[in-house]
Write a protein that binds this ligand. Structure first.
Ligand code: KE4
Length: 428
């Protein structure tokens, strides 16, 4: 496939930007070759600067549940921009987005808007520490919560892909208060708590792991975490930056009917512009400055432009039938992929929750990060490029998720299954 313009663009971008990209996972280093520079997106498609068209399942890593350049979102952003993009002063638009989130997400009685998922998780943990007066935090191996210093301990996403158990530049002292246990293992959580009595401020996790591929919680696991943390006065934080408004309008917590104490959001609530959020019980959120003494701030937090994109997106998702439509399209894709691996005798573990899915090249059952790490990343690399050459763009890493949007057509799904079947037939 023609990619000379992307190669030239990458050679130039590396002169000015570390690795030529503004986020590590974009640089294709784990699938080889070089990134494709994207010219534009429309609906379910993206187009690179060499003129190649792709059915897109990255969706900017989740935000674009309505697809690229959705007319309602573009129109709303254009109108908002004409009134000014940011004032550093409150606007009623921020209250509208906050009210929408409070009404949608069971755990959230009050919410603070920020500019990224990283800010959301960093702030939520600071609030949990302020609220409990405790220092230690408990996280899950393979969960990624953004690039907060003390959370880059056995993180998923880029760190897992780069095989780093900790990031450089993070003093050991910073990670000292971070305890890590495996996913889907409630006993490990119980043991960590018993070994650190009254010292753990919070347990933070992705209720559905989305940064080591897709790993759903075992039946009852989230309920057990709810009970254990409740019993020990530990703040239970669901990082729903990916799953929020993705697997259900109320996120994974409504999908599984388990209510945490705090929730972090991002991606979809910004409709493709930078918005993050953290929220929870009023009793906890009253710790946040200026009401309380836990400081958190942001120049562009809640800016009217990004908030407008988020409001428009969530309005669309509130319409009847949206999640049933996402479910049916994603189920058709998953069924086609499963049939293809079966037909060609490919060892694969298929995982899906709603419109987020991943295919692992492993004979193992994947229930935690160690299971995901058994995947054959060489085979994934072949799969990735085989699909790209056939006009299908999936995440350039075995340890990410695929996303189906509201505008992926039946034809898109059929073409994707056809391409995958051809690729899998020739996999070495
Ligand atoms: P951001 O700071 O990238 O907006 O959000 C961090 C974050 C927090 N929590 C979860 C569950 C997340 O998945 C993320 C970010 N996700 C990655 C990929 N899965 C973003 C892609 C990237 O880093 O370029």
């Amino acid at each position: 496939m023609e990619s000379s313009k992307s190669l030239a663009a990458w050679q130039k971008s590396q002169q000015f930007i570390p690795g030529g990209v503004n986020s590590p996972v974009r640089n294709f280093s784990k699938v080889g070759e070089h990134p494709r520079f994207i010219a534009r997106g429309e609906g379910s498609k993206i187009y690179d600067i060499d003129g190649n068209a792709y059915i897109d399942y990255v969706a900017s890593w989740g935000p674009l549940v309505l697809g690229h350049a959705h007319p309602s979102v573009v129109e709303a952003i254009n109108a908002a921009a004409l009134n000014g993009t940011s004032f550093g002063a409150p606007t009623v638009l921020e209250t509208e987005l906050a009210e929408t989130i409070v009404n949608a997400v069971p755990s959230i009685e009050q919410v603070r808007l920020v500019n990224s998922g990283t800010e959301a998780t960093m702030s939520a943990i600071r609030v949990a520490r302020g609220y409990t007066g405790r220092d230690k935090i408990l996280k899950i191996d393979g969960c990624y919560h953004g690039h907060v210093d003390y959370l880059l301990a056995k993180a998923g996403s880029g760190v897992a892909t780069f095989g780093l158990s900790d990031s450089g530049g993070v003093p050991e002292d910073f990670a000292r208060n971070t305890l890590t246990v495996p996913f889907n293992n409630p006993d490990a959580v119980q043991e960590a708590i018993e070994a650190n009595p009254d010292e753990i401020a919070c347990l933070i996790l992705e209720p559905i792991m989305g940064n080591m591929g897709i790993i759903p919680p075992r039946e009852g696991y989230l309920n057990q975490l709810r009970e254990i943390t409740e019993a020990h006065g530990i703040v239970l934080i669901f990082d729903e930056v990916i799953t929020g408004f993705r697997v259900a309008y109320g996120g994974a917590q409504s999908f599984y009917n388990v209510t945490p104490d705090m929730t972090c959001l991002g991606k979809i609530i910004g409709g493709g512009l930078p918005v993050g959020a953290y929220g929870g019980k009023r009793d906890i959120m009253r710790c946040v400055a200026p009401e309380g003494d836990v400081y958190q701030a942001g120049t562009l937090s809640g800016n009217p432009l990004a908030v407008t994109a988020g409001i428009t997106t969530l309005k669309k998702l509130a319409e009847p039938g949206v999640y049933e439509h996402l479910e049916s399209r994603a189920a058709a894709l998953a069924a086609g992929l499963a049939e293809a691996t079966e037909k060609h005798g490919i060892d694969a573990w298929h995982s899906r929750v709603g419109s987020m899915l991943m295919l692992y090249f492993t004979p193992e059952t994947v229930t935690d990060a160690d299971g995901a790490r058994t995947a054959d990343t060489e085979r994934f690399q072949q799969y990735f490029w085989g699909l790209a050459e056939r006009g299908v763009y999936v995440a350039p890493s075995q340890f990410e998720a695929g996303f189906v949007s509201l505008v992926h057509s039946e034809d898109d799904i059929n073409k994707t299954v056809q391409a995958a079947t051809q690729v899998l037939a020739n996999l070495s």
